[in-house]
Ligand binder design. Structure first.
Ligand code: ADP
Length: 507
């Protein structure tokens, strides 16, 4: 059996466990790569959010340029109206100045709140570049830092490259009035967004208290706020935490799968072992039963033949032979009955007729029916007297079968001076029927198995020689269960055993 089991384990190992472990190892290594990828995806997403904020700032600036890039003379009432309109809704714009690039003359200048000196001239090289862009129909807006302000300039489409327009913008107002709403909207409850001075590192704007995770920010420079950096990070966790949390979850899942495979593997092996053991026990049972039946059959046929041939001289001998025939046929009937009962129990075909029985009277009566059998075996058997009534609900036939089995075993598994005591024990909710013998006893390691079907102890000479099917005690166990009770054993190897039938007491 051990070899077959080893073979099956090997096959299972090759078919299931090995491919599964390869798969798990592969998955584990793939997970760390996934972690990197997830981190990269997250950071790309954050960068695209930063890009969208910059894109928004460009839209604002283009809106400003469009509002003054109209087919209107720079120094005209119409332009004044347009610029006034721009100033009214955009507090960040401090001044608008038009310059004629050919004559290098200032054409017009408009101030929002306060008037200041503005004489800075656009860089010629840059102007040439803007002109080239404009020729290919692209209007670029340049930004420079001028004192504390930003100086945006572009070539109006209507000026055909010969005119430049400068906008003086107050950065903090631009930030608070124009960019802050969109930044708040983007950040919501998910992100921290901040704007820092890229040289001093000082934070000039933030959507909240961002904590101390300075290296977990994704950063991008601001298109229209030179020298400033836009930063974003997840509110609750860093990207690493998020990615590793994900892969940790997958790790646990994989570990659970691995564990399940191992448990499944063990489960299959244990079951196969059980089935193999059962098959072995069954084949042993067949040989035991055949053996058990053969002995009485041989005796019956031998004595019957002797009697038929009239070889028996005396009357006593004749009676003795007839008694043996009767005893052996009783034994045969017992064996057949046990097997039949067992098969009926297996198929749930046993019908119990429960009735109210006083065990104080019933037990001596049942034991009395086996008296001839007990006497023939030379057993000193007595039922201890009991004064108290012991009412239970029991099936008379089952009671007989169970006691028969216990007494039979007590005889079978005892040496030469057989002594059996049958007694009642009164417990608060139960009545116990105890059958005690002075036989070979059962080792404690075997006691828990004796009630299993087909189980037999075969250590020791007597146990080995005694014939049996391994069904008797299992039958008792099942019948006691049907009575709502149980059966137990107390035994010491070499000293004897006591089997206890525990009946629920009838009130
Ligand atoms: P069997 O037909 O083998 O007697 P049982 O189910 O009646 O089957 O008993 C199972 C095993 O329990 C027996 O093989 C025997 O080893 C052990 N056993 C049962 N009764 C006794 C007893 N009174 N003393 C010692 N061993 C016993």
């Amino acid at each position: 059996m051990v070899r077959t089991l080893a073979k099956i384990s090997l096959v299972l190992l090759v078919i299931v466990a090995l491919p599964m472990s390869f798969y798990l190892v592969r998955e584990f290594s793939a997970l760390s790569k996934n972690e990197e990828m997830v981190e990269r995806v997250f950071s790309t997403q954050l960068e695209s959010i930063l890009y969208s904020i910059n894109q928004y700032s460009e839209n604002v600036v283009q809106q400003w340029s469009l509002s003054v890039d109209q087919p209107v003379e720079p120094q005209s009432e119409l332009m004044e109206g347009l610029v006034d309109n721009l100033f009214q809704y955009n507090a960040a714009v401090q001044a608008v100045r038009f310059i004629d690039l050919e004559s290098k003359q200032q054409e017009a200048i408009y101030f929002n709140d306060s008037i200041f000196e503005l004489s800075v001239w656009p860089d010629e090289e840059q102007v040439e570049q803007l002109q080239a862009y404009l020729e290919s129909s692209y209007q670029q807006i340049r930004v420079d830092v001028w004192h504390e302000s930003l100086l945006l300039y572009f070539l109006p489409r209507n000026g055909q490259g010969k005119q430049a327009c400068q906008l003086v913008v107050e950065p903090s107002t631009f930030l608070m009035r124009n960019l802050s709403p969109i930044i708040q909207k983007v950040a919501q409850d998910l992100f921290y967004v901040s704007i820092t001075d890229s040289i001093s590192g000082q934070t000039i704007y933030t959507t909240g208290d961002e904590g101390d995770l300075s290296d977990s920010w994704s950063k991008a420079s601001m298109w229209y706020l030179p020298g400033y950096e836009l930063g974003i990070r997840l509110k609750s966790k860093t990207l690493e935490e998020l990615a590793s949390e994900r892969s940790q979850r997958d790790n646990y899942l994989l570990m659970a799968i691995g564990l399940m495979v191992v448990i499944g593997f063990i489960f299959v092996l244990v079951n196969i072992r059980k089935e193999m053991k059962l098959a072995e026990i069954k084949s042993e049972f067949v040989s035991n039963v055949s053996h058990e039946i053969r002995t009485p059959l041989a005796l019956i046929s031998m004595y019957a033949e002797t009697l038929l041939l009239k070889r028996v001289k005396t009357e006593e001998k004749q009676t003795e032979y007839l008694k043996t025939i009767q005893q052996e046929s009783f034994r045969l009937t017992g064996i057949v009955n046990r097997i039949l009962n067992f098969s009926r129990l297996e198929k749930n075909r046993i019908k119990y007729r429960f009735e109210k029985i006083d065990l104080r009277e019933a037990i001596p009566e049942v034991v009395g029916t086996f008296r001839t059998h007990l006497d023939a075996a030379g057993v000193d058997c007595c039922c201890e007297e009991n004064k108290e009534e012991a009412w239970v609900m029991a099936d008379w036939e089952s009671l007989k079968t169970m006691l028969n089995n216990l007494l039979d075993n007590a005889i079978k598994y005892s040496g030469s001076e057989k002594k059996i005591r049958v007694r009642l024990e009164h417990k608060p909710k139960q009545v116990w029927v105890e059958v005690e013998d002075n036989g070979i006893g059962i080792a404690s390691k075997n006691q828990k198995y004796v009630f299993d079907q087909f189980y037999r102890v075969t250590d020791g000479d007597l146990a080995h020689q005694a014939k049996g099917s391994g069904l008797g005690l299992n039958l008792v166990k099942r019948m006691m269960k049907a009575h709502g009770g149980s059966v137990a054993v107390r035994s010491r190897l070499g000293e004897g055993s006591t089997f206890v039938l525990k009946f629920p007491r009838k009130k």
